[in-house]
Design a protein around this ligand. Structure first.
Ligand SMILES: [Zn+2]
Length: 358
């Protein structure tokens, strides 16, 4: 645990009245915490939401989302695309990006670190995200494969590193986001992130030319206004900054603001019918197996945080001791996972506080 974390977190804990001496009273119920994102083997009828079964609560978030509209135009994922779930594409060093058609008129752009997608429709290009670091390369990549101009841009969430090039498109581009993203961007008044003109609360279907995208809000699993974008024809999903396929999470579980929402989003997305997920990061595409693994990893870190609370005695650096013990357990369990040694303590800090006070 670094000194900054201690400086920030200790006053928080003290202000909440939680002292290490009370540890025996605050060891959490692991199953209740996990139930916000139910283990993959649980049936819906046994889900626990707070003090009740989820089935007793009328909440449309417990329903499996069904495609709202099915396109009649034949669009499919290319079988060869599955290679990119294992092997990264070559990045042209002169261009600094790869643009790959992974399904009919659906393109993936990556520089090896960031990812986005766009679709040609016959009536203009739909762009999903515009990472700040890609900048003018986005339009170059689009121009590599089509003469259609960009007409729509969808924000996956608020963060500038994923949408900070959104202003580099024609003035009449239609910007689409969750209502919370629009509120945030209106407050920021950032010329690099134009305020969306089309917003939605729970679900929105975008039909342009011969393409259909379904947009869903499952809750703030990462930042604010986090949405998933789904092409039912291609069975392609895009959910950014939820996880890193075949790698450990970024620090503080991707700086997740709400670990309950973060865990639950895994189940919401896995309940849908898709083969490929564009995660926003890593040099490869993701699969349902990658996402299932990430959920299992996340719940294991939760178990490790709880185990640390059960075996750690109060000390001057109690929370540092908890995070370090949790991290040691995680490192022992996943020695070969990519990036496992980058942020084990930071991820355990997030999980300890989720387990203790959420
Ligand atoms: Zn983000």
């Amino acid at each position: 645990m670094n000194s900054l974390s201690v400086i920030v977190l200790i006053p928080l804990i003290l202000s909440l009245g939680i002292m290490p001496s009370l540890q025996s009273e605050i060891i959490p119920n692991a199953e209740a915490l996990k139930s916000q994102g139910n283990s993959l083997s649980e049936t819906n009828s046994k889900k626990v939401c707070g003090d009740r079964l989820c089935s007793e609560i009328p909440d449309d978030k417990n329903e499996v989302k069904k495609p709202a509209v099915m396109t009649t135009v034949k669009k499919e994922l290319f079988p060869s695309t599955m290679d990119y779930t294992v092997n990264a594409p070559e990045i042209d060093p002169e261009k600094g990006y790869a643009v790959i058609e992974i399904g009919d008129d659906l393109y993936w752009i990556t520089d090896g670190t960031y990812q986005m997608m766009f679709l040609t429709t016959g009536e203009g290009v739909i762009v999903v995200d515009a990472p700040m670091g890609l900048g003018d390369k986005i339009q170059q990549a689009i121009s590599d494969v089509t003469s259609e101009k960009v007409t729509h841009l969808i924000y996956t969430h608020i963060h500038k590193d994923h949408v900070g090039s959104a202003s580099l498109f024609p003035n009449d581009t239609i910007y689409i986001s969750h209502v919370d993203t629009a509120k945030h961007l209106a407050m920021k008044n950032d010329p690099q992130r134009p305020v969306p003109t089309i917003t939605f609360d729970d679900q929105y279907t975008l039909m342009v030319g011969d393409q259909v995208l379904e947009l869903y809000y499952f809750g703030p699993f990462h930042s604010k206004g986090d949405i998933v974008i789904y092409s039912p024809a291609h069975k392609v999903m895009m959910a950014v900054d939820l996880f890193h396929p075949n790698a450990a999470p970024f620090q503080y579980f991707g700086i997740a603001r709400d670990m309950g929402e973060h865990i639950a989003a895994h189940d919401q997305i896995l309940a849908m019918d898709w083969d490929i997920i564009i995660s926003g990061h890593e040099p490869i595409l993701g699969t349902p197996e990658h996402l299932k693994f990430n959920k299992e990893f996340t719940l294991q870190v939760l178990d490790n945080a709880i185990a640390a609370m059960q075996m750690t005695q109060p000390s001057a650096d109690y929370f540092g001791d908890l995070a370090n013990k949790c991290a040691d357990l995680t490192l022992e369990q996943y020695p070969d996972l990519k990036d496992i040694e980058a942020y084990p303590v930071e991820n355990c800090v997030t999980m300890v506080f989720y387990a203790m006070i959420d």
